[in-house]
Write a new protein. Structure first.
Length: 252
């Protein structure tokens, strides 16, 4: 009977000792409550608690990556899109994370969802698609402002996907095609304008230099001769025969 009592006491002593000694990792803090009153955060390392009197809540300090579920958002130009995001945050003050909010993970997720809908609802679709960095910074600022009283720092918010309705995707595709056609026409018109300017300059040079016309004529004959033609017919300017005609007239 004595041995069983001693064994029971030893077991109870071990249990009390294990409940009194806690080891916290480098990235953990323990918020200690003594008879229901918070006495501060402890750790890391080895900490001692008064059995039955003290209670400890572990709080990790590492950065948490949390997915924000897809949210239906109506943009400022009345386009309905489905948007999801990811937020990165960490606990900066373990006491406030435990004392100021019941569940800081759930609370951060909820504030991120509502902020995503409200902030993106103030933007137009083109801004949402083209100015992603600006929107991410605005989301980070707003969410961090809400979570700061809880001792939580939101470092980054990234919009991941923007799902558009089928009719909007087709409209954007038509708009992109029209934009490409517009650019092609502008480039073609600019090319024709430059070509006309060069032709005008060439005509001005030829008008002042008659020999330039002869050189151009001979160049054209050379280009024709390179073609695989069996017969080549080309006009000969009458000016080439003017000296012969004058010489014949003098001889007569």
């Amino acid at each position: 009977m004595f041995s069983y009592s001693v064994l029971t006491l030893i077991i109870l002593g071990i249990l009390l000792l294990s409940s009194a000694i806690k080891v916290l990792r480098e990235y953990e803090r323990g918020v200690v409550f003594r008879l229901g009153r918070a006495i501060g955060a402890k750790g890391p390392g080895l900490i001692f608690l008064i059995p039955i009197v003290d209670k400890m809540v572990r709080v990790p300090l590492r950065t948490v990556a949390m997915d924000v579920p897809p949210q239906d958002v109506i943009t400022r130009d009345n386009v309905t899109v489905k948007v999801n995001a990811v937020i990165y945050f960490r606990v900066m003050n373990a006491n406030r994370a435990v004392l100021e909010v019941e569940n800081y993970l759930y609370a951060t997720s909820q504030i991120a969802q509502t902020t995503l809908r409200s902030t993106l609802g103030e933007s137009e679709l083109d801004e949402l698609l083209a100015q992603r960095d600006k929107i991410n910074k605005e989301l980070q600022r707003v969410i961090d402002g809400h979570t700061e009283p809880w001792g939580i720092k939101v470092s980054t918010v990234e919009v991941k996907n923007v799902d558009l309705p089928q009719e909007m995707q087709r409209a954007i595709a038509r708009q992109a095609e029209a934009e490409r056609e517009r650019r092609a026409k502008i480039i073609n018109a600019e090319g024709e304008l430059q070509a006309s300017q060069k032709l005008t300059e060439a005509a001005a040079v030829i008008a002042t230099q008659p020999l330039a016309m002869q050189l151009r004529y001979l160049q054209t004959l050379a280009e024709i001769a390179t073609e695989n033609n069996s017969t080549t017919i080309f006009p000969v300017p009458i000016d080439l025969f003017a000296p012969l005609i004058k010489a014949r007239d003098r001889a007569q």
